[in-house]
Design a protein. Structure first.
Lengths: 286, 294, 294, 286
């Protein structure tokens, strides 16, 4: 990954930027002066620019062999440079010193630096040691920072314990962030998440408010009783988005209880996208 | 009508807000210690924040004839860094003995993690030790579960229920709180959470006993006049004056008076405003024509 | 008319203020690091404050389509505790390399003590090292003397005068500043310091070259709309549009663009507002109907 | 002073308060637990109350033999208790430990605690070591805290260097605080203060604003040239307060230059208070 990032930057950056980058990378040779490194970590936006990498097909293919779930194409040049800097540091420093310095890069970062740091977490060696910072980042009110850890990022899928993963999903729902943007969501569905989502729908309904349409994807799979009845109700909702996500969620339902409801709806459904979702769900149930 | 806003973060609000609040009839406020929109990374920041609540902010309020009280705590959103939380907890006893402090708060759950629970429990114990009420924040996410767990903790610790105010209630959590001896707070927000009309409906259904409302205004889109606006709505919907007054004055005053640091007779009278001295380029009132009351 | 308020402390202001500023035409602001009404006693508080300026406050502004820049410094009011000042100075280089930082400031004199002068000088040297402009606060007390001393320091250090903005000028200090190559800022306050009409008279007398105006709004009685209000007054008094635009847009933009962190082309276009994502109970926009621009 | 404060409190406080006070005083015996002491320092307002001591004539007389310039009668019971606590600590602790703990009492204090601390500075042994905190207190925006050091307090008179004393006077003028409240002002008049005050009047006049009437007391004594002409102008101002303070200030003028102006005004003056001030100033000049 280190080599890949370096190649991507070399293919894009101008002479001044590359010269700066090489100087920054040279500063990773021990003994490392931490404040200098923190300065380089900050300086990347100004020196490398923030344009997205926009990978070519060939570059994309190479990236996928290294990490199929990393959305490198959307990273800015500054973000790639920051990830490269940390990957290089990880090779140069003893693990504890590296972890301490990496954490300071996060804590002292402005929003863009924090976003870069969170996006670049996955490729770091022993990345689970940064779990506390990643979970803490989920508490932020700065939506782009939250998106950097929650969206198009495989780190939560791979490292977050269930409780933290569920909080991340709930916060995405609160913030109107499409659940499709969460990497590996279907692999992390769980009973608590269904229960929490169901409580959230109850709260919204009691307050006379609308419900996020994609909530059914995480609510339906482990729900029973009244909650399941409610999903079935939304399966016939006038908004096709509700019908679509309810069908998708029911497709992940642990038992076959919903087969009848799905069949009944499929018989009436006119919207092709929803129809496909209903058929898919029925097919999953076999 | 004299009103009390028992939950408002004036540190993030302006003197224009103070002026409008005083004009609308707000005579006393409680500013709970909470977070500031972004996590702090040093215990020293908390010390400076607590000092600000007890010094500068109290003075700002006094300039508009508003009595300012505060609560002190490590809030749950910043309770997950063990290094920081130990240091903040260590400094709390110093603050809990100060006269402007009327509760330990906001404590409670945010993400409902183990470290939040540990600090929630420790701070409840401190409130018992210093004879103070507690202000319990309930989470935005997984609110009902968070409320149930908060109530369970109050009960399992044997914390006096009449000294616990559980805040940010909704239609679904209010009956759970009223089933205990705890007080129930409601944050009235522009367009979300609880609004004026829903609140008035809850009062129609449940009455005024142990019901408290607040604006929870802060650095977000919020409205420091939500208490008076909810009073208007309650009137419009035919709720008796005595119930309204109970909710927006007697209830919060009675609850926080349990601290021993809020004197019910004192707050009945508005403090004199003396703005004559404030001509400094650095004071809240930069040379405006002073208001003087004798 | 697109306007720039190059000195406003949004940390102490509300989202209502942001909304009103955007509505009035303010498209870009600079928030200088200053004090918060009460001295901080820990360097960690400054770190959290600087992080807030570069993170949370910038995000709050972006939600209203306003570009937020900041300046970083240890202000003179808090420059007298040697323990604290060493620590803050040590952390500054980390911040001076960040892209949202357009100057070192507010530096300068408050009580005009020796320790203020030492830190003023050290921070001027840092600005030279990092190629940044400086924002120089002039004192409320003994202002003329403080301005003269500030100008003397700029000259004796060989600091490039075109990169120094000397702020809070009055009738008596403005000609002193214009005699140098420095820029002259003016803080327009409600009822005191400089007001709209006096400012317009100064513009009639001295023209628009190197003249900058700001609201300096903060936690005191102040007005975040003083820039647009002064524009109205200047129009009313017959000052040509081109001069007005120079004062409230080109001058501050040109001055801070010298940092390399403010791109003149970028700020000509308003950033897209995307509020769709902000439904969280903890975000600036708590579930209000979102504004979406494509 | 320690004994005097203790006696004053014993004559006023109830049983609970006195018991609390004795417990607090007992906690000053080394080894002192600093946090406990800080707690007692804070608790005084709640336990002792804030009512002013209001000294009897006899008590007043005794206080004046100890320190004629201390305004004990205006101190609250809590403030007296805090001063007593610090005086007792000063006897019990090594100087460095005492100074450190005393400073923390100030730094961690709410406004009332800071006010108490500042009012109680003068009687502390080697009180000059707290100069930095006292000067720092002058930067506050909390007017009651500023008044606690600036007004009815002999500490600035006795300890402040000229530059800090002058800043205190200027800040009092900015804040509309009557200069009469500053202890020993006439003993600290100086040329810089006259120059700074004169600049302030120029600034106010250029801005078309009014001038504090008592500024002449500190402006006139060391002024010459145009500044002196201006004082002479205000000596005939329509507001008798200006005339009064201009006369008083000119009475402290270093040379006899103003004698003619004072005489001319005295011949016209109808206001008895101003007339007395004019006569007094002329008498001072001999």
């Amino acid at each position: 990954m280190k080599q890949h990032l370096h190649d991507l930057l070399r293919a894009r950056a101008g002479g001044d930027a590359l010269a700066w980058l090489e100087k920054a990378l040279a500063a990773t040779t021990p003994p490392v002066h931490h404040n200098t490194l923190l300065g380089y970590y900050s300086g990347a936006s100004r020196r490398m620019g923030k344009r997205a990498l926009n990978l070519s097909q060939q570059e994309q293919a190479r990236g996928e062999t290294l990490d199929a779930e990393l959305a490198l194409s959307h990273w800015g040049a500054d973000e790639a440079a920051r990830a490269l800097l940390l990957l290089t540091l990880a090779e140069q420093l003893p693990p504890e010193e590296f972890a301490e310095l990496a954490r300071r890069c996060y804590e002292l970062g402005d929003s863009r630096e924090q976003e870069s740091w969170l996006r670049g977490l996955g490729p770091l060696p022993d990345c689970a040691r940064f779990l506390a910072s990643a979970v803490d980042a989920c508490r932020t009110n700065i939506i782009p920072v939250f998106e950097a850890i929650a969206c198009e990022n495989p780190y939560p899928l791979r490292v977050f314990p269930e409780a933290n993963f569920n909080q991340l999903i709930l916060k995405s729902l609160f913030n109107g962030i499409a659940l499709e943007r969460i990497v590996g969501l279907e692999a992390r569905l769980n009973a608590s998440l269904s229960r929490m989502s169901d409580d959230y729908v109850s709260e919204r309904e009691a307050a006379g408010r609308t419900v996020p349409t994609d909530i059914w994807l995480v609510l339906a799979p482990h729900i029973a009783g009244e909650g399941l009845v409610r999903v079935h109700r939304y399966l016939s909702h006038e908004d096709p988005a509700h019908r679509y996500w309810a069908a998708l969620g029911l497709g992940h339902h642990a038992n076959g209880e919903s087969r009848e409801a799905l069949r009944a709806r499929a018989a009436l459904e006119r919207e092709p996208r929803v129809k496909a979702a209903l058929d898919g769900a029925l097919a999953r149930m076999g | 009508m004299k009103m009390f806003d028992p939950h408002i973060h004036m540190t993030s609000r302006t003197t224009d807000d103070y002026a409008a609040m005083a004009e609308a009839g707000i005579a006393a406020i409680v500013e709970p210690a909470f977070w500031l929109g972004q996590p702090r990374t040093h215990a020293g920041s908390f010390e400076d924040y607590f000092n600000g609540l007890l010094g500068w902010e109290r003075f700002r309020a006094s300039q508009f004839g508003i009595r300012h009280f505060c609560t002190i705590a490590l809030n749950p959103k910043e309770a997950n860094d063990p290094r920081l939380s130990e240091e903040v907890i260590d400094m709390m006893p110093r603050y809990l003995q100060k006269e402007g402090v009327v509760a330990v708060g906001e404590i409670g759950y945010d993400d409902q993690t183990d470290s939040e629970e540990k600090l929630f429990e420790r701070q409840m114990a401190m409130a018992m030790e210093y004879g103070l009420p507690v202000l319990i924040h309930t989470p935005h996410r997984d609110k009902k579960q968070g409320t149930v767990r908060s109530i369970d903790l109050v009960k399992s610790m044997g914390f006096p229920e009449e000294r616990a105010l559980i805040d940010h209630n909704t239609e679904e959590t209010l009956p759970l709180v009223l089933d205990t001896g705890c007080w129930a707070g409601h944050s009235i927000y522009p367009n979300t959470k609880m609004d004026e009309e829903r609140m008035a409906r809850l009062v129609k259904q449940y009455g005024s006993e142990r019901i408290i409302i607040n604006s929870a205004a802060d650095w977000g889109i919020s409205d420091p006049l939500k208490v008076p606006k909810t009073v208007d709505k309650m009137r419009e919907m035919g709720i008796p004056e005595v119930d309204i007054e109970t909710i927006v004055w007697s209830n919060p005053a009675t609850f926080f008076a349990q601290s021993g640091n809020l004197n019910l007779e004192d707050i009945e009278t508005r403090p004199n405003i003396n703005q004559t001295e404030l001509f400094d380029g650095n004071s809240v009132l930069r040379g405006q024509t002073p208001i003087v009351e004798s």
